[in-house]
Design a binder for this molecule. Structure first.
Ligand SMILES: Cc1ncc(C[n+]2csc(CCOP(=O)(O)OP(=O)(O)O)c2C)c(N)n1
Ligand SMILES: [Mg+2]
Length: 370
């Protein structure tokens, strides 16, 4: 694991140079310049915030590893999730304006979003109930698989299995938010391979029409893989963010394994969108630490481990001792075990409930009559 302070800050500098390159190519991307505070090791973020980010990253990692254990023990059918996206996802969740309705941000997330929801305050048991298909699962009543969350109370739209449909939907909520005028924005996340879909291209078009720009933060988590297809053979563009430049959006390429760089970049983009009502774009480079999903084994794979890396930086800076760090891991391990034991006692959905929340009662309700 290359996780010294020096290598972390070198990576930050490299990415900031990269961003500078993007912004010199396009006048509209001047807001991509490096935040002043990025010169210092932790970008001027407070110790309290850094420890909060670390705590939530650990919580998210422990939860995902618990979900994989549940899958392996035969208590669930499928795992897909966000190990490797903790730095990115936690910062995003902390920066979103959380609530229900047009005064708050809308979240259109993909299936690696556990860290974002943990940062927004989701208890572990909500994720475990979904994983174990319990009727007590508030997202889907036990009818969808892991990480396919839905929390209307926080404007978290349902995570979809078809890739990228969330991108144009985000333009829809952003349109309503613009009309309402409360300064709330829509935020959309998704993978690199999915950007091949027309829905992604549509979101660039709909969000950036001159005079009709929309307050939407369009993001891509680039882990360089789409199941088993590598990025390099699939993309003619150098950066996915280059595509946003063509639509005159401020576009950043960031190291999404670095929570400090990520926090500062997301904050700058969100501030810009709230102020101008116009879209912004972030491509975050992240790891995919347990492969695509349980379909490929969910085994640990090589890649930068953002949680371990950040923890080492905090310990080196004497913001945290090794013992304190261990007790955070232990605390969440305990919470995960307790939540799993609780979920085991709860029922799965009944056969009749298959008609709940469908067009039951309408002429199209019963497929047997088609
Ligand atoms: C429209 C559509 N096409 C194909 C799939 C099958 N599929 C599921 S995940 C995936 C790979 C997606 O890769 P990427 O967008 O990079 O996201 P990642 O899984 O790497 O986070 C594919 C092709 C799908 N779910 N939806
Ligand atoms: Mg990918």
């Amino acid at each position: 694991m290359a996780s010294t302070k020096n290598s972390a800050s070198t990576t930050r500098q490299k990415v900031l140079k990269n961003k500078a390159k993007l912004s010199t190519n396009n006048k509209a991307t001047t807001s991509t310049s490096a935040p002043k505070s990025s010169k210092s090791l932790f970008g001027g973020l407070s110790k309290e915030l850094l420890l909060q980010i670390h705590d939530l990253m650990v919580k998210s990692r422990v939860l995902e590893e618990r979900l994989i254990k549940i899958y392996r023990s035969g208590e669930s059918y499928f795992w897909i999730g966000g190990t490797g996206e903790e730095a990115w996802g936690v910062c995003l969740g902390l920066l979103a304006r959380k609530g229900q309705g047009l005064k708050y941000d809308f979240m259109h997330l993909h299936y690696r979003c556990t860290p974002t929801l943990i940062a927004m305050g989701m208890p572990m048991i909500d994720s475990i109930r979904l994983m174990m298909n319990r009727s007590t699962d508030t997202s889907t009543g036990g009818r969808n698989f892991s990480n396919h969350y839905c929390f209307p109370k926080w404007n978290v739209a349902p995570v979809t299995s078809p890739l990228e449909v969330q991108y144009p939907i985000a333009c829809g909520t952003a349109h309503s938010q613009k009309r309402a005028g409360h300064g709330a924005i829509s935020i959309v996340t998704g993978g690199d391979a999915g950007t091949a879909e027309g829905d992604f291209a549509s979101s660039l078009i709909w969000s950036s029409r001159k005079g009709n720009e929309l307050p939407v933060l369009i993001t891509v988590q680039n882990n360089k893989w789409g199941i088993s297809t590598s990025y390099d053979g699939q993309h003619g563009e150098t950066h996915i963010a280059d595509r946003a430049k063509a639509f005159n959006m401020p576009a950043k390429v960031i190291n999404g394994n670095d929570p400090v760089e990520t926090y500062l970049a997301i904050k700058e983009s969100i501030d810009y969108i709230r102020k101008t009502g116009k879209p912004a774009f972030i491509e975050a480079h992240v790891s995919r630490l347990n492969g695509h999903s349980s379909a490929t084994g969910a085994n640990r794979e090589p890649g930068i481990d953002c949680v371990q890396q950040f923890e080492k930086e905090l310990i080196d800076a004497k913001f945290l001792t090794k013992d304190q760090a261990q007790s955070i891991w232990d605390k969440y391990e305990e919470e995960g075990i307790r939540a799993t034991e609780q979920a085991r006692t709860e029922p799965v959905p009944t056969a009749e409930s298959i008609w709940d929340h469908t067009y039951a009662g309408s002429e199209n309700a019963d497929w047997r009559k088609f």
